[in-house]
Design a protein around this ligand. Structure first.
Ligand SMILES: Nc1nc2c([nH]c(=O)n2[C@H]2C[C@H](O)[C@@H](COP(=O)(O)OP(=O)(O)OP(=O)(O)O)O2)c(=O)[nH]1
Ligand SMILES: [Mg+2]
Length: 309
């Protein structure tokens, strides 16, 4: 089932949500206004018709945001979401549905259908997840980090697997100061204790993810993420209530020559089973954000393709 929905903003930048009425599936959940594409319609024709019928508005041009494949009990949908910058008319709940204009940072507090979580993440969180190469010389590493932050990196994983614990703690603090100054999130790879002590986020390796029975406890507001390769790992990440994951390898990479790439079809098929925000990993460049979004991804993760030259 192909469903189209719109992100509409008011003059203050708040986003319109509609409440699903009683007697339908997912009744009571807040959604982005829209509905099913009918036979013979294009996605944009359907969006225009739905918003006229449900809200009484005429929409201007629409830009694709993300297209989320999602499995529900007894059906599968693709929720195809567009950002609409201009519309004519005043939005009203013409089908007796409640409406709410929500600031972007409040969206996550509205109960929504599972397919909408990746949509909210696409609207509010970074579309690139930078994974650092193994740090060798500290000044060189920190100047590259500064460069990445200046270029807009806002979600960064410090991955230093070969470093002594004491050195890692020092480097992590240096990196933390820089990331804080830019409002960027910093997640430490594989070290739950140190991440908690320093007040950093945590990125779990897949083996660590599978060994846990509860979400690791971190400082207030710090994210927990994980590396996933298959449906079991994704399900575990969802069960533990993680904030986001990376999934791959989508393409073949120089760093993992023996590993078969999953490709975008498999990526989308795996994404269907959970409602987590998912970054595509494996041979990704910034220009791949668009193709990742077309397959329900949050964006791209990587070392080589994202770390400054
Ligand atoms: N419009 C919309 N539908 C969503 C969102 N998230 C989500 O999972 N869905 C699901 C709920 C439904 O299973 C499906 C939309 O179907 P629907 O039955 O509401 O479509 P419609 O507006 O054409 O409604 P109707 O005429 O059949 O009553 O997509 C969302 O944000 N917006
Ligand atoms: Mg609808």
């Amino acid at each position: 089932m192909h469903v189209v929905a719109a992100v509409l903003r008011d003059a203050r930048g708040r986003i319109l949500l509609a409440r699903r009425t009683a007697g339908r599936d997912l009744a009571g959940a807040w959604e982005f206004p829209g509905g099913k594409v009918e036979p013979g319609e294009t996605a944009l024709q359907a969006l225009d018709r739905e918003l006229r019928e449900e809200l009484g508005i005429r929409i201007g041009p629409a830009r694709p945001l993300v297209s989320v494949p999602q499995a529900y009990p007894g059906k599968r949908i693709v929720l195809d979401v567009y950002e609409v910058d201009q519309f004519e008319g005043t939005a009203r709940g013409l089908e007796r549905q409640a409406l709410a204009w929500a600031p972007a940072e409040k969206l996550a507090s509205y109960p929504m259908p599972p397919a909408d979580r990746p949509v909210v993440a696409a609207l509010t969180a970074a579309d690139r997840y930078l994974i650092t190469p193994e740090p060798t010389d500290r000044p060189g590493f920190l100047s590259k980090l500064d460069k990445a932050l200046a270029a807009g990196a806002r979600r960064i994983q410090l991955r230093a697997r070969a470093m002594a614990a004491a050195d890692l703690a020092i480097l992590a603090r240096d990196a933390q100061i820089r990331c804080r100054a830019k409002g960027a999130q910093l997640l430490l790879n594989g070290e739950p204790g140190l991440a908690a002590d320093l007040g950093l986020g945590l990125h779990l390796r897949s083996a660590q993810l599978m060994a846990l029975s509860a979400r690791p406890v971190l400082a207030e507001g710090q994210p927990v993420a994980a590396s996933c390769h298959d449906a079991d790992e994704l399900a575990q990440a969802e069960r533990l209530g993680l904030d986001f994951v990376v999934l791959g390898p989508v393409r073949a990479t120089e760093s993992h020559p023996g590993v078969a790439p999953m490709g975008w079809e498999k990526f989308a098929a795996l994404r269907e089973g959970v409602s987590l925000p998912i970054y595509a990993l494996g041979g990704m460049k910034p220009a791949d954000v668009a193709v990742a979004r077309r397959h329900g991804g949050q964006g791209v993760a990587g070392v080589r393709g994202l770390w400054p030259k």
